[in-house]
Ligand binder design. Structure first.
Ligand code: ADP
Ligand code: ADP
Length: 234
């Protein structure tokens, strides 16, 4: 079954009197268990698409259904509720809180539910273990390497157990070997858990498409290519 189904999705930005078409009649179905790369030249609409998938913004035209429920026209409160429950976000520069330890950073999204740090700790530690960082749980971001910081950020993105993980240039600030390991981790996350979770990544990383199940190329706000890799996701 589809995780996300986009039909005729269009998005314009208005600056002054000018109107820029960022996405133009995009049709797209994403399913759980897929590790998807969105690639294309600068200005093609990649960030705009990622923002719409994560309900950070709304389309002007068309519909976006998440597991059959329209999310394209939610009000601000419902959008933020959707993001908190259904989406994990991973960023190029990690966006960790510098004064908190690794496990506290992972636990932060739980605090908004009124869960105490203490009661969120076991899950946070288990998640850090699952991304290979059990030994760094008490370290602050400044004491971690870039790859380790990204692992903390990925663990944080998973702490609410979201069915959708969105990543914006997750390897953009990492050397190639470290970046490759992060791509492998994101692939594992998409493929585990009975294919319940989809992972969508905007990337300029040339090696990324060797590890994804599917590569969508955007050109001028339209899907120019949508290729599945031979390698099965199992
Ligand atoms: P990409 O991520 O592929 O570089 P974007 O989605 O950021 O592309 O941008 C697509 C088009 O929309 C570009 O022409 C960009 O300048 C424009 N755009 C993106 N975000 C905004 C915004 N907030 N306000 C105005 N124009 C925007
Ligand atoms: P990325 O490098 O991830 O493609 P961008 O540099 O395109 O991101 O955009 C960074 C942020 O600025 C995004 O939130 C995007 O919506 C916004 N943005 C992009 N282009 C414009 C623009 N022309 N005017 C205003 N905001 C923009």
């Amino acid at each position: 079954p589809a995780l996300l189904e986009l039909i005729g999705v269009g998005k314009r930005y208005r600056i002054g009197g000018e109107s820029i078409r960022a996405l133009d009649a995009v049709d797209l179905t994403l399913t759980g268990g897929e590790f998807v790369a969105v690639v294309g030249p600068s200005g093609a609409g990649k960030s705009t698409l990622l923002h719409l998938l994560g309900a950070l913004d709304s389309p002007d035209t068309g519909s976006i259904a998440f597991r059959g429920t329209e999310i394209g026209r939610l009000d601000d409160d419902a959008q933020s509720q959707f993001r908190r429950r259904q989406v994990g976000f991973v960023f190029q520069f990690f966006n960790l809180l510098p004064t908190l330890s690794a496990w506290e950073n992972v636990a932060v999204p739980r605090l908004l539910d009124g869960v105490s740090l203490r009661s969120a700790k076991p899950d946070a530690l288990a998640l850090l273990d699952s991304v290979g960082l059990a030994a760094r749980a008490d370290h602050r971001p400044a004491e971690l390497s870039g790859g380790q910081m990204q692992r903390v950020a990925i663990a944080r993105a998973l702490v609410m157990d979201p069915p959708l993980l969105l990543a914006d240039e997750p390897t953009g600030n990492l050397d190639s070997r470290t970046g490759a390991a992060i791509l492998d981790l994101l692939a594992d996350i998409a493929h585990e858990a009975g294919a319940r979770r989809g992972v969508v990544m905007v990337t300029h990383d040339e090696r990324a498409t060797e590890r994804t199940d599917r590569t969508i190329t955007l050109v001028d706000g339209r899907i120019g290519a949508d290729l599945r890799s031979e390698r099965s996701s199992g």
